[in-house]
Design a protein around this ligand. Sequence first.
Ligand SMILES: C[S@@+](CC[C@H](N)C(=O)[O-])C[C@H]1O[C@@H](n2cnc3c(N)ncnc32)[C@H](O)[C@@H]1O
Length: 336
Amino acid sequence: MDPLTDVRDISRIAYGFMASKALFAALNLDLFSRLAEPRTVGELVEASGVPAHRLKTLLATLASLGLIVRDGAAFRNSPAADRYLARSGRAYFGDYYRMQIDRQTYPALQHLDAGLAGDADSLAFGSDVELMSDPVEAEAFSLAQHAGSLGPALEFAKAVDLSGSTTLLDVAGGSGAFSIALCTRHPELTATIIDFPNVIEVARRYVAEAGLSDRISLIGGDALNTEWPQQRDTVLLSYLLSAVRESDIPALLEHSFNALRPGGRLIIHDFMLDDDEQGPLLAAGWFLSNLAYQPDAGSFSAATLNDLLTRQGFAGPSAQVLIPQITKTVICGKPA
Ligand SMILES: C[S@@+](CC[C@H](N)C(=O)[O-])C[C@H]1O[C@@H](n2cnc3c(N)ncnc32)[C@H](O)[C@@H]1O
């Protein structure tokens, strides 16, 4: 990123949260589903129950962001809003933004100053352990995470070659999105998911809905002090290393090494900085937002992980982008 010289660039950063909140407010009104067809303000007032003067202000903001377009007296979705934000869209994931980002991440950021100060009494919530011990919050988080992870999980299943692998251990597997996508693609694969007990109950529902209850087993517990199944062909850690204390990462890599059969593979999928640690913005922002509830979390690049993995005895770590600007996968092997 070039160094900034203009105050307007600073304003764009300072007021950026207004755009986020406009998007979430529109999702909460399900406006994008209504705007799959052109609609006048009058029609939108009738459908949403929001008075015209308020709605017009929101519509102007959404139009300024390019989320919707004005066509004479009517408004309609931009192509991206139609695809990702309207419930009729082929790749709808508005619920992820609505339930996880608006409802949990956005308010959590109010506690970032406390996280940076290490003020344990003023954090967003104690930690993942505390959030996930509340069944209502755990369910809301995991339902939203499922909506957010489904698309990347399908991409991951296409991009990562799991042929020859019949046993997968999906540590911190959440709703099961990755295990479900992988087992659906590889009929010979069975999986075990470890996550906190309230999250496992959500996974149980999704796994049953996918008709995979006989191939995906579930273990409720904290991955840091639960026994992991051994002799696995593949271990997957998706968004776990960014969620725990930085000091716990080596132990998780050691557990992964021990859980693999010789010749097995560890796959890490997570937020990942560039190797020069100057971005990208979205990966850096996710690591930063984690500090609002886990001040001992770290941030890492593929190069940082490669060092840790090599020190643990893994061979040939290689990285590839999964969600551009946000996540990468790092794959390495336990020597045969
Ligand atoms: C962002 S979600 C990702 C879920 C899933 N891996 C995916 O990619 O869709 C992070 C998950 O890590 C789980 N988690 C965090 N710390 C954990 C721990 N110590 N033991 C088990 N699960 C943990 C959370 O409960 C949550 O389900």
